[in-house]
Design a protein around this ligand. Structure first.
Ligand code: FES
Length: 88
């Protein structure tokens, strides 16, 4: 699923950035370009940050090639999956 249509940033890319330490929209914008164009995605992207609705989503590497076709413009995309969602 795309979070940022303007920059073709997927949910998995956002989850991976947060798992790697991104903790603000500024971090996501700097790393992925999220929110840097029309800004429509900013509210949704924020839900993946610590304290957000989807912050409990945990990503984990799957077998190679599992998501080969997720983002055709991202050569560095790592195969990830959501393994748990925690809602308080
Ligand atoms: S949808 Fe993300 S900047 Fe437009």
């Amino acid at each position: 699923m795309f979070i940022c249509v303007c920059n073709a940033v997927t949910e998995r890319q956002v989850q991976a950035a947060v798992a790697a330490g991104a903790s603000s929209l500024s971090d996501l914008e700097a790393q992925l370009g999220v929110g840097g164009c029309c800004g429509c995605c900013r509210e949704t992207a924020a839900e993946y940050l610590p304290g957000g609705r989807y912050a409990g989503c945990v990503t984990e590497t799957q077998s190679a090639g599992a998501f080969e076709n997720d983002a055709a413009n991202d050569d560095s995309l790592q195969p990830l999956k959501v393994v748990a969602v925690s809602r308080a």
